[in-house]
Write a protein that binds this ligand. Sequence first.
Ligand code: ZN
Length: 258
Amino acid sequence: MRGPILPGRERAGRPGREGCSRREFLAAGSILGWLPFFRPKHIELAGARFRILRNGDVPRRYLLIHGNEETAREVLTRHIQAHEGIAYVIENHTREVAIDGGKLDPNRMFSRAGAAANLKRLNPEWPPEQVEAALAVLDRGREKLARALLAPRGGLTIALHNNSPAYSVADEEPISDAGSIREPDNPHAFFLCTDPEDFRKLADSPYNVVLQQKPAGEDDGSLSRLAAVRGVRYLNLEVALGHATRQKEMLDWVEWHL
Ligand SMILES: [Zn+2]
């Protein structure tokens, strides 16, 4: 039950005018959002600053998260000019980004546990208070960044990576729910997906693919793991550094079939 509005409360809160100005504020915000000039061109967390490249308004997101994966950068920057979606391209050119004078792998910052393990590993000289302070910075901005990078419901986020000889689909197979290895002699080129329906289609492709629908193993703080936890469609596209033609070919396959 609502009590009578007291004169004093009326003066202090001005409920009528507040409602009106709030509507005006929201309307202005949505209009500004339509004007390209007012849309943010960057989003950042700690030293990870992403340039936002927009093309149309479909629920597809693309991501380059490791700055030293220059082949993926080149493929994605060209791809977004001809395909609709929003691409987030990290601006620095090293794998790790700066944080409080130390280093952080940006694909380990999407959970507190993953970020803590990575900060301790990369900055062994840091006292515990410094790790805590860096984690607090990440805690404040993590959700905003995750919401931008993960596609809205029904959409798909595609992250492009380049790997070194030390990492291949062989590392992911044992911790995956399913796999289809069509190119056993080319283990560095593969897809990693979180959605069973995407896996079913990708398993029909001529390429390697693994499904990680349920997060397994320890929480590494990667975006693919967060996507699996939240039930969001997510796809990693991995090829060896320098293999631009192959990465473009696999990305084109995804555009046609997913
Ligand atoms: Zn990477």
